[in-house]
Design a protein around this ligand. Structure first.
Ligand SMILES: *[C@@H]1O[C@H](CO)[C@@H](O)[C@H](O)[C@H]1NC(C)=O
Ligand SMILES: *[C@@H]1O[C@H](CO)[C@@H](O)[C@H](O)[C@H]1NC(C)=O
Ligand SMILES: [Zn+2]
Length: 473
């Protein structure tokens, strides 16, 4: 049976698939809102029922409770494992997705009720439509279509669906680590569909993600805030010190002035630049979409490399600084500057931390201020990730995209991290494919999140085609 028959079957059922998404969006599974925890649990049950109807063996893995900032404890949503097929002669695909969503209220500026899927101009508006209920349901739809046509799914599928992604995936890593030699043992490929295309119309596969290292720079000068008219000129001012330190860290075009950092970055391989040159990306449209006056370079390949392939440094804020409108003549007694560095292969978080803290201390000694200075890394740095796009798993994904959209997908990276990707890679030792089916303008996490009908339905076809392609490996 050909893929053409599968595509027809999916088209014929598109109305039903949209209704299925409507049901899922109607469950307000906001993981960061303790009041909505029962909705998250309901959403997990909902998904388990649908997967069971497709023949999957479902298990809900509990991981105790979550401690809220006020000290109360609430139950953590279980992680849903669903196994479809256990044929030892077949290879096994591990699929990740999440069933929880970001908070949303109509009053945040939504044009429609965020939990009522609303179709308009080929777009399906609703919280979670794109991130990540649409893609999770696309897997279900694809499996359903294959089953209806009596097509043997050529791989065993193991789902790992969580309900805490938008709240830091609390508990997930513990569960997966425990399952290294259990549920994850015989996995041959991994696939995650929880990201977006680079643009609005052309598909891509994502093979790299930057990591992050976060820093605090604390400067204490005096024991309490002072009036600048009375004390200005007589004390060493912490804020002036801090701004000087932060301003030494990068150039106007973003180049990082910490020499050790650059030595850690993997050298650009021969032919690597060409990979970026061939990507379908309109740099001027990107500039306009951002409302930026100019970009740090107008060379497309170089710009994409600066977003994905090189580290970047961003100053985020200053605790203790006066930031309200109007004039105030305070000398803050203590300030804490916050900045981060997005890291890329081969930068290791602990080595970056050592280099950055040493550099900050060196700058401080040059400043010559008697104030108390402390520079330290924030939470444990997030590693970067990259996969081999020549791996058969990627080739299968690329053929599936081509079979549905008629074009070769671009091979791209992304600037931010998806921690589960590294967890899967480390625990299974297998290739992880990021197979996005959502458009870049879906507004995940923002008001008026949507998924295009085209992306949802064609994305369902991509997943069916990918499953069939995996059978050929
Ligand atoms: C949940 O995860 C923690 C680690 O964060 C682990 O110690 C604990 O055993 C887990 N709880 C359950 C009920 O599995
Ligand atoms: C998770 O939700 C809790 C409760 O609303 C909140 O305090 C916490 O900051 C959230 N954590 C993350 C990582 O989103
Ligand atoms: Zn997501």
């Amino acid at each position: 049976m050909s893929l053409e028959a599968v595509k027809k079957e999916i088209d014929a059922n598109s109305h039903r698939f949209i209704e299925r998404l409507r049901d899922a969006v109607a469950i307000p599974s906001v993981s960061a809102d303790p009041e909505r925890r029962s909705d998250v649990l309901h959403m997990i049950d909902w998904a388990a029922k649908h997967l069971e109807a497709l023949g999957a063996d479902c298990q809900q893995i509990p991981n105790g409770t979550q401690q809220l900032p006020d000290g109360t404890e609430i139950v953590l949503p279980p992680v849903l494992f669903a196994e479809l097929g256990k044929d030892p002669k077949k290879k096994t695909l591990l699929v990740y997705g999440h069933l929880d969503v970001q908070p949303a209220e109509k009053s945040d500026g939504w044009n429609t009720d965020p939990f009522v899927l609303t179709e308009k101009d080929g777009k399906l508006y609703g919280r979670g439509s794109s991130d990540d209920k649409g893609p999770v349901l696309a897997w279900m739809n694809a499996i359903e279509a294959l089953k209806k046509l009596n097509i043997d799914i050529p791989v065993n599928i193991k789902f790992c669906l969580e309900g805490m992604e938008e709240n830091g995936s609390e508990g997930l890593e513990d569960i997966l680590t425990r399952e290294k030699d259990g549920y994850l043992k015989d996995v041959d490929f991994c696939c995650i569909s929880d990201s977006q295309w680079l643009g609005k119309t052309k598909p891509c596969l994502t093979y790299g993600l930057r990591g992050i290292c976060y820093y605090f720079v604390e400067i204490q000068g005096v024991s309490q805030d002072l009036h600048s008219g009375i004390f200005g000129g007589s004390v060493y001012e912490p804020m002036n010190d801090l701004l000087w330190v932060l301003s030494q860290l990068s150039a106007v075009d973003g180049k990082i002035h910490i020499p050790e950092i650059h030595q850690m970055v993997a050298p650009v391989k021969e032919g690597e630049r060409e990979l970026y040159e061939s990507i379908d990306f309109d740099i001027d449209e990107y500039r306009k979409d951002l409302g930026a006056f100019d970009l740090t370079t107008m060379d497309k390949a170089e710009l994409l490399m600066r977003r994905w392939r090189y580290p970047s440094l961003s100053v985020h804020g200053i605790e203790g600084a006066f930031s309200s409108p109007g004039a105030k003549t305070v000398i803050p007694a203590k300030v804490v500057g916050k900045f981060s560095i997005r890291i890329v292969p081969n930068m290791k978080p602990n080595e970056v931390d050592d280099a950055v803290v040493a550099h900050l201390n060196k700058l401080w000694s040059q400043r010559g201020s008697p104030n108390r200075f402390k520079a330290y890394p924030g939470h444990e740095g997030g590693k970067c990730w990259s996969a081999d796009p020549a791996d058969p798993n990627y080739q299968a994904g690329a053929r599936a995209m081509k079979a549905v959209f008629g074009v070769e997908p671009d091979l791209v990276r992304e600037g931010c991290s998806i921690p589960i990707t590294i967890t899967f890679q480390e625990l299974t030792g297998k290739n992880v494919l990021l197979l996005p089916i959502c458009a870049s303008d879906d507004m995940a996490h923002s008001q008026n999140e949507k998924m295009n009908v085209r992306n949802y339905i064609e994305g369902t076809k991509v997943m069916a085609a990918y499953l069939m392609e995996l059978g050929k490996l």
